[in-house]
Design a protein around this ligand. Sequence first.
Ligand SMILES: *Cc1c(COP(=O)(O)O)cnc(C)c1O
Length: 469
Amino acid sequence: MNAALQNDLNNFENILEKTKQQGIDFLNNLDTIPTSNKNTIDPKSILNEFGLGSIEVLKEFNERLAPLMVSSPGPRYLGFVTGGSTPASIVGDWLASVYDQNTQAVKAQGGASALIEFETINLLLQLLELPDSFLGGFVTGATMSNFTCLGVARQWFGKQLGKDFAKNGISENINILTATPHSSSIKCLSMLGIGSQNYTTLKTIEGNREAIDIVDLEENIKKLNGKPFILISSAGTVNTADFDDFEAISKLREKYNFWWHIDAAFGGFAAVSEKFKHLVEGWEGADSIAIDCHKWLNVPYESAFYLIKKEHVGFQIETFQNSNAPYLGNPLENFNYLNVLPENSRRLRALPAWFSLKAYGKDGFKDIVENSTALALHFANCLIETESFELLAPIRLNNVCFTLKGNHNQDKVSDFLTILNDKGKVFMTPTVYEGRKGIRASFVNWRTTEDDVKIIIEELKASILDLEI
Ligand SMILES: *Cc1c(COP(=O)(O)O)cnc(C)c1O
C-alpha cells in the first residue's frame, strides 16, 4: 500500500476525531461566523508528488479554505431558500460516506440501501400525508427532481400520440402550460429537448398573485382541441410562496387529458402544519411532485426527492432504463433505481433524511415550519414599522418579498443589498417582482429565532444609514 494511504489507515481514528472537532468548532460558532466574506484563494494549487496525509491536509484546509466558508447553515442566512443541517441529518450524512453503499437494486448487492431509500420515501409520504400510490426516489435537488418528473411526462406525452420519444427522439411539439414556473423547470425544458421557450404562459389570478388563473387555464386547454399537454404547477413560488389551486386543477383532470406536475420544492412542507395544509389540498391528484430536502427538511445539500404515480412506472422505465440492465419480470418487484432516474451509481442519499425524520418526527417538522412562518410574519411587521421599507407581496408562508419604500428608491435597491450583505450578519438575495426590484428573505432554517429577527432589523436600519452617506 502507498505510504500515505497506509499512514492514514493506521491513523484513521485520530483523523476522524480531528474532523469531528473541526465540525464542532464550525457549528458552535455559526452565530458569529459571517454570512458573507471577501476572502479568496488562488485556485491553482499544485498537486504534490507525494501525499501529505489527511492530518496535514486538514491543516492546509484550515489555513486556506476554511476562511472562505460562510455561515450558510446559520440562522440569518435568508438568501435563496436555504436550510441548515440538523444534528441528525449530519449523522446520516456522515454515515452515508462511512458506509459508502451504491444504492441501486433492491435484490442485489447494496440492496439494503435501496430498501432504506424506500423506507425513507415512505416516511416522507407519511409526513406530507400523501398516499402510497406514489413511487419516489432521491436526487440531488429539486432541479433534478423536476427533470426526472418532466422526463417521464415527456415520455407519457409521446405515448399519447403513439410515439416513443425515449427510443426515437422527440418528433412532435410538446405542449406545456404553466404560470409562474421556477427557473429550474425552464432549464429542464431545455435539458429535455422540449425547448426552454416552448411553453405557454398562463395568466395569474388578479391582485398580487402568482397562482394560475383557472379560467385562463381552461381556455388554453380548449385551444388545444383535445391534444394532450403537460401542466407545470407550483406549490410555493419563490417570490411570494403562492400556491396553485390544486382542487380546481383536480376537477379539470376529470375532463381533460394532461400530465400534472407540481414543483413543491419547499412549499410541499406546508402539508405538515394544520395551519397551512389547506394550501396543498388536492395535490395528491398530481402525476408527479418535486420536493427538496435541503430546504425545509434542513438536511445537508444535495438532497431532494421526486414522487411519481406508480401507474406511470412503465413510462419512467422507458425514459431512464439503463440499457445494460435488462428488466426481469415485474419492475416493482425487481426494482432498481438505476432504471428509473438519471444517475446510475448513487450514494445512500436518503440517509440524512431518514435520520432526521426519525429523530424529530412529525412534531419536529411541524414546529420548524410553524416557527419559520411565524418569524416571516414577525419580520414583515417589523419591516413595515421602520418606514424605510415596503412589502412587495403579502406574506403567505415563509418568504418575505420587500423593497425600499417608494419608486424613487428603485435604483438604490441593489446597492442597499450589497451594503447589507457585506456586513456579514445577514444574507438575502435580490429579486424582481411585478417589474419592481426587491429583496427576498426566506425563512426555513431550524435555528432562526426572534432574536435573529431583531439583529436583522438592526442591520437593515444600519444599512439604510450607510446608503445615505
Ligand atoms: C429551490 C427551488 C428549485 C430548485 O431546487 P435546487 O435544489 O436548487 O435544485 C426548484 N423549484 C423551486 C420552487 C425552488 O424553490
